[in-house]
Design a protein around this ligand. Sequence first.
Ligand SMILES: [Mn+2]
Length: 269
Amino acid sequence: MSTYAIGDVQGCYDSLMALLDEISYDPQHDSLWFAGDLVNRGPKSLECPRFMKQQSNVKTVLGNHDLHLIALYLGQAAPKRKDTFEKLMAAPDYVDLMVWLRQQKLLVYDKNLNFCMTHAGIPHIWTLKQARQYAKEFETMLRGDGAVDFALNMYGNKPTAWRNDLEGMDRYRVITNYFTRMRFIDMEGNLELKTKTRATRPPPGHKAWFKFNNPEMKKTKLLFGHWASLEGVTNNSRAFALDTACVWGGHLTALRLEDETLFSVEATD
Ligand SMILES: [Mn+2]
């Protein structure tokens, strides 16, 4: 009976199967958490969500690629050149898979395990309570009719920082930018969304989000994906970077939450 948190799969179904083999995954007893970006760029964006939907003990959070797919599904975004959604969008269960995807969360928290998972992280300007509240706000919107309007308005880097009085699309956009796109941030919480380098090369005035002192992180351990160039290194025993660049020929990584043991396989897709 173990819980494994797995980094960005991005359609790398064969690597996922190899990793599940490596950890001797037992669907009857084990649980799987996925850190988002379940689809895109990799070759099997249909098979990955199909597999996750079939399992009874899977928790996932949405990543930027998953939100992009939802926007395409809702007819509010143009496909990007590198998207790999053709097979998924032509599949007989496409709509079922999208209904499932829209039910997924931005944040998963388990009090007993003392882990919280989001795709990109949690900014130091939010308490865990705030983060859970904003995630829930967004999740409720995404399941309803408001999602169409959001999909039309989700792209963009502004506003750059959280304010309690933000409303409507600005509020949803900044919530998703923190949860699904954040890497570098400044003391006031302003996001810098262009730089994708390692944590040791921040843009001036900014730091990797997990380098800021966040009292919540002394209590709760954070799992995230999204930032492949970290190569799994945060130098912070409370922040676990799970994206090890599987889709770029790196590795697919799982962390067993009960004892913090890492497992990984080489990319095979
Ligand atoms: Mn991502």
